[in-house]
Design a binder for this molecule. Structure first.
Ligand code: ATP
Ligand code: MG
Length: 145
């Protein structure tokens, strides 16, 4: 069994574009301070940032839980709705329901979830319409690209 070394949960507020990205930045600083390999940090930060932005853009509130074990980095992002109707479609590159306003801010390329999956060694998404979405991602500490 993997030994848990560190666990931290962050609150993310939907629609709060001013604070968007802060959790991903904080996780980056924690991993840097621990001397984790920069390639692994980069992957973890992409995952955290894209998932954080999805909470900000689509949900009303959520949490990001960051766990470091002696074997891996785990990120679990959960929010309380609106949920995703078609998960397969949401995971398709280029699919987006972002508003014009979000696109003007540089989001809405439909690349967030595909990039989260690409950067993960283990990936899972569960969602229920009207309830919420949970994305779980894992990066092995001995993995490379
Ligand atoms: N937490 C969520 N709650 C509800 N819907 C979501 C959530 N995350 C993603 N989606 C839906 O899945 C679609 C694809 O998400 P994805 O992150 O891949 O792209 P995007 O957010 O539209 O654009 P980008 O991430 O490139 O800025 C979103 O447009 C949205 O419809
Ligand atoms: Mg996104």
């Amino acid at each position: 069994m993997a030994e848990e070394l560190l666990r931290k949960t962050f609150q993310v507020r939907g629609r709060d574009f001013d604070k968007a990205g802060e959790t991903a930045a904080e996780i980056k600083q924690i991993l840097k301070g621990l001397g984790i390999d920069s390639g692994l940090i980069h992957r973890a930060v992409v995952i955290a940032f894209e998932a954080e932005m999805n909470v900000v853009m689509y949900a009303s509130e959520g949490t990001i839980t960051f766990v470091l074990t002696d074997e891996d980095i785990r990120l679990e992002i959960t929010d309380n709705g609106p949920g995703i109707e078609n998960i397969e479609m949401a995971l398709t590159e280029g699919f987006s329901t972002a508003s014009d306003e979000m696109r003007e801010m540089g989001f809405g390329f439909g690349m967030g979830l595909p990039n989260i999956r690409k950067n993960s060694d283990g990936f899972n998404i569960e969602s229920q319409v009207g309830v919420g979405t949970t994305v779980a991602a894992m990066i092995g500490l001995d993995s490379s690209a």
